[in-house]
Design a protein around this ligand. Structure first.
Ligand SMILES: [Zn+2]
Length: 346
């Protein structure tokens, strides 16, 4: 990772003073290089492989560089979930870190086609006196592009039955187009009604390609009607999605701050371009960067910094424009940046 730099002073000039003193980071990846197999060159062309390891010590250093002066009171940690990762080794590392630091709520990586390894890891932790809090399923482990995967392929019923029995939390990265798509909405309806004790955190605000898809999802009422669904804000850097969530009082207790470190260190934002479609615009060059696109957007790129800062800024803008009184604004801020996650994950 390149050394930390407050490129456009978003942190120093704006976010540091506005954020609460205590943060719960509901979305981090940790793992050691030995758990990762070779990454093929064509896989390097995708942002999903930007990072494949980060030790717990490196995570703590990154937290203090990014959120300097704040206290991290808890975090939800899970392995790097790419198909090249050995899930048994990666889950062992999560259990090891839980042993070392009680702030860590460990989530285990699940295999799409076989529930037994994740159950074995869960039981191994229990024997060591530790209770993993959740599971991270991930479509990439099917060996296909997330956009081509369906929810049922990586969320088999035997996994959901196990999670329901143990009342585990799911960190869900939706497949396809995300929450705006009918098949994703159907899967959420089915899971929440059949497995009501599985609380589901919709990572990246459930994912959307254009923010209108998130607004369409809000119009379905699924989120408002299912108290087991939560939203996590990493990578969602457009204020319109937060504007809509803040309009619904019942959702204020179900929005969670997450950084998606180390991916939240990518210096850029995902956004829609009328000419290019869904793009990831970044200040720095990565193995997946397109030189022609980078040249086209050179000016905009110079205004970008760490993705997590842009997400916090988008939420801040929405909260400041929501028109709540000072007391309610402070309460929502405390809830989103720590209290909601502490209530969910103890
Ligand atoms: Zn992630």
């Amino acid at each position: 990772m390149t050394p930390y730099e407050d490129h456009v002073r978003l942190w120093a000039d704006e976010l540091r003073a506005w954020l609460p003193e205590t943060l719960f980071d509901a979305h981090v990846h940790i793992g050691l290089p030995d758990a990762v197999g070779p990454i093929a060159p064509e896989r390097r062309a995708s942002a999903v492989t930007t990072f494949t390891n980060l030790s717990f010590e490196e995570l703590l250093e990154t937290h203090s560089a990014l959120y300097g002066g704040k206290t991290i009171c808890g975090l939800t940690a899970f392995p790097f979930p790419q198909r090249e990762v050995n899930s048994a080794l990666a889950n062992d590392y999560i259990i090891d870190v839980m042993k070392r630091d009680s702030r860590v709520r460990g989530f285990l990586l699940a295999e799409p086609a076989d529930v037994h390894p994740v159950i074995a890891a869960f039981e191994k932790a229990l024997k060591a006196g530790l209770r993993c809090r959740g599971v991270k399923p991930y479509a990439d482990r099917l060996g296909k592009n997330n956009f081509d995967a369906t929810m049922a392929e990586f969320l088999p019923d035997d996994l959901l039955t196990f999670m329901d029995r143990e009342e585990l939390v799911m960190m869900l990265h939706t497949s396809g187009q995300g929450v705006g798509a009918a098949d994703v909405q159907d899967a959420l309806r089915r899971m929440t009604s059949r497995y009501p004790r599985v609380r589901i955190i919709l990572a990246h605000m459930g994912r959307y390609v254009r923010h209108q898809q998130f607004l369409d999802f809000m119009d379905t009422g699924i989120l408002q009607e299912c108290p087991s669904l939560y939203l996590e804000m990493s990578s969602a850097s457009c204020p319109e999605v937060y504007d809509r969530v803040l309009e619904s009082d019942g959702l204020h207790s179900r929005l969670l701050f997450g950084s998606d470190l180390p991916f939240g260190m990518i210096t850029g934002v995902e956004r829609w371009s009328p000419t290019r479609g869904a793009i990831f615009l970044a200040r720095d060059d990565y193995s997946w960067s397109d030189p022609a696109m980078n040249a086209e957007f050179a000016r905009e790129r110079a205004s970008l910094t760490y993705n997590t800062y842009h997400c916090i800024k988008a939420f801040k803008d929405a909260l400041m424009h929501a028109g709540f009184d000072a007391g309610k604004t402070e309460r929502i801020k405390e809830d989103v940046f720590s209290a909601n996650a502490l209530r969910l994950l103890g």
